[in-house]
Design a protein around this ligand. Sequence first.
Ligand SMILES: NC(=O)c1ccc[n+]([C@@H]2O[C@H](COP(=O)([O-])OP(=O)(O)OC[C@H]3O[C@@H](n4cnc5c(N)ncnc54)[C@H](OP(=O)(O)O)[C@@H]3O)[C@@H](O)[C@H]2O)c1
Length: 223
Amino acid sequence: MDKIDLYQIHFPSVLVFWDGLADCFDQGLVKAVGVSNYGSEAVRAISRTLAARGIPLTSNQIQYSLVYRFPELNGMKATCDELGVKILAYSPLGLGALTGKWTETSLPEGPRGQIATKLLKDPNWSLLLDAMKDVAKQHGADTTLSQVAIAWCIAKGTTPIPGVRNVRQAEDNIRAISLALTGNEVAALDAAAAKVAPYIEPTASPFNNLRQSFDTKQAMYEA
Ligand SMILES: NC(=O)c1ccc[n+]([C@@H]2O[C@H](COP(=O)([O-])OP(=O)(O)OC[C@H]3O[C@@H](n4cnc5c(N)ncnc54)[C@H](OP(=O)(O)O)[C@@H]3O)[C@@H](O)[C@H]2O)c1
């Protein structure tokens, strides 16, 4: 390709790359620039820096799903919406949990097994899956929970990027593009999701330390 569609910084700690992003944009190497795992203050800071060169910050790729709603609760989503920065929602299926296929007798391998065990112990987890099944039923027999989880992200104005391991999953998930949830359906899913204990606290996320490190460096950078 002649131009990369979107050039993103993966982590918030690497301030030195900001001018590099802008240089790539100005030289016509990329069509748009974005970031990933940035907090609200970091998004505001890089938006200001890019705006000074007449370049929009296009996106912030962050974890966001029915089982990880912190961007709604901590102001991150509101900041992106206010600044016109598109949220690319990663892990929109909760690493697979929101497909509804994890059960006591069918646990995923590796670290996801611990997440599954935690969720399956939470009585509100099965109530969330029930709420998703109710929504799926309203949209036809072929509607899956994966599609509902992805459609919820779309209904919130984000662009979800689900991972897939095979063609069947890809064909399943892509059908979410034409699944438009009603306001009542989104509200019902929100209410059920709000009761589920999160599978990871932001304070336990390695990205949180990077954000704190960013806040310190940002003050130095802007001084
Ligand atoms: N920017 C960042 O720091 C960051 C961090 C993490 C991820 N990401 C990106 O986000 C994207 C997706 O996130 P993710 O893979 O972590 O989580 P996810 O999209 O929530 O879950 C994806 C997993 O769910 C299962 N799955 C997907 N579709 C399914 C279907 N229709 N039916 C049944 N199972 C299905 C598959 O795993 P199994 O078949 O094994 O169950 C798949 O690997 C990736 O492209 C990744 O690069 C970015």
